[in-house]
Write a protein that binds this ligand. Structure first.
Ligand SMILES: *Cc1c(COP(=O)(O)O)cnc(C)c1O
Length: 362
């Protein structure tokens, strides 16, 4: 039942579907040891210093946070070696993506993105009444020439999740530079680097693009590598002229006290954070090795998840995994996205997956 005159864009839209929580699977399938590998979270609890900083900040939550998160901008700027006028902090990088849509997208504008990609792009496009221009992936990766060809004078935003979610593939910064050369400089190119820390470093750092291209926005997240998904924090790096507009449309105080404290502590102790990232990447290599040894074909992963192109079997394999207490993210008709978890979790899901697949091919 809809009440009041709901905007058609909202009424007709399916909302964002988050990955299933472990306790949800336990109830659905009457089991008690479910694991969640459906949302690309970091499997490890936060480091002790972050928990301490959060506890300390909790004592001050009767006050609003610093709306501009000045200390956090400075800390991020310092660690990136970028002036803090080029940085803003958001309520998750999803919050920053919403700010980009609020800043640039009117009804009838075009938003362009390779697809399949992050499901927030179609959702925001729909909400803002924009026309989605989806450029098909080639071999699970981006075809940036096709992206350039699809640009029109109505294109406002190009969304490039790099590495891409759900396929885990990435493009080089050089190839993004080429795209920028070949399109109008009033089209904003968003490089969504939610998985930056897991990416192949030889592909380059898109921050270097800012010197020659004022229309690039890089968004990054504290949710994945930094393991702060629960506090909702991300940052954007862009020309100060873009940052200034983005700051106007942020929901006031949406980066809360606890999030700000957690970010500051994480940056201060980022060596410990990055050590865990390296462990996860070693696990990723081990998982890929086991899958390939088991005859599974998959693209090289550049994030903290693997993508297995299971095609038409995706929904039913996903369901079989869920029944065994393993929450994965199926993209029906396309493939399964499975987060790299702890070594025990990885052993369990790889074993389950290989068993399911071999039973099918018999
Ligand atoms: C997880 C994810 C995000 C959102 O991260 P938050 O910072 O938690 O909002 C953004 N983009 C992509 C591609 C993601 O997979």
């Amino acid at each position: 039942m809809t009440i009041g005159k709901v905007r058609p864009a909202v009424a007709n839209m399916a909302g964002y579907k988050p990955g299933k929580a472990a306790d949800q699977l336990e109830v659905e399938h009457d089991i008690d040891d479910a694991i969640k590998l459906a949302s690309n979270e970091n499997p490890w609890p936060p480091i002790a210093e972050v928990v301490e900083a959060v506890a300390e900040a909790a004592a001050g939550i009767n006050r609003y946070p610093d709306n501009g998160a000045a200390a956090v901008r400075d800390a991020v700027g310092d660690f990136l070696n970028v002036d803090s006028s080029h940085i803003t902090i958001g309520c998750g990088s999803s919050g920053l993506l919403q700010q980009l849509f609020l800043t640039y997208v009117d009804p009838g504008d075009e938003v362009l993105f390779p697809y399949p990609s992050f499901e927030i792009y179609p959702i925001f496009s729909t909400l803002f009444g924009a026309e989605q221009v989806r450029v098909p992936l080639v071999d699970h990766g981006f075809d940036l020439d096709a992206v350039a060809d699809a640009v029109t004078d109505r294109t406002k935003l190009i969304m490039l999740a790099n590495p891409n979610n759900p396929t885990g593939t990435s493009v080089s910064v050089d190839s993004i530079a080429q795209l920028l050369q070949s399109i109008a400089d009033d089209v904003i190119v968003v490089v969504d680097e939610a998985y930056r820390e897991f990416n192949d470093p030889t592909l380059g750092d898109p921050v270097t693009l800012l010197a020659d291209h004022h229309n690039v926005v890089i968004t990054r997240s504290f949710s994945k590598a930094f393991g702060l998904a629960g506090v909702r924090a991300g940052y954007a790096i862009a020309h100060a002229g873009i940052i200034e507009q983005l700051d106007k449309v942020r929901l006031a105080f949406s980066v809360n006290n606890i999030a700000q404290a957690a970010i500051l502590a994480s940056i201060e102790h980022r060596d410990a954070v990055m050590e865990r990232v390296r462990d996860l990447m070693n696990e990723r290599d081990r998982v890929v090795g086991s899958l390939r040894a088991g005859g599974v074909e998959l693209p090289d992963p550049n994030a903290n998840f693997v993508f297995i192109p299971t095609g038409e079997d995706t929904a039913s394999i996903g369901e079989q995994m869920e029944r065994q207490g393993i929450a994965v993210r199926p993209f029906p008709g396309i493939g399964l996205r499975i987060t790299i978890g702890t070594p025990e979790e990885n052993d369990r899901w790889v074993h389950a997956f290989l068993k399911i697949v071999s039973a099918r091919t018999k």
